[in-house]
Design a binder for this molecule. Structure first.
Ligand code: ZN
Length: 80
């Protein structure tokens, strides 16, 4: 973990943001410039995308399990 400087430290160093060369930082890490319309940097764009895809894959498994359960119940003449 790097030490985050106080505002006084920043003013002493002549700037008042994490990186003066980055006008609009990434909304996730705030360290890299935004490159997509959601406001993520290149690194976070892919990281978030992977998380979303993993989430929808899990949802698919979950719904698939329910579908198999419904099928199992139907085969045994039970109501879901
Ligand atoms: Zn980022």
């Amino acid at each position: 973990m790097r030490k985050s400087p106080t505002r006084a430290d920043m003013n002493g160093m002549g700037f008042c943001g994490p990186d003066p060369s980055i006008e609009h930082g990434c909304i996730r890490c705030g360290e890299n410039p935004q490159v997509d319309e959601q406001g993520y940097c290149g690194r976070c764009h892919w990281a978030v995308r992977a998380e979303v895809e993993e989430g929808s894959a899990r949802l698919g498994e979950y719904l698939g399990a329910w579908a198999r359960f419904a099928e199992w119940c139907t085969q045994r003449g039970r109501e879901v």
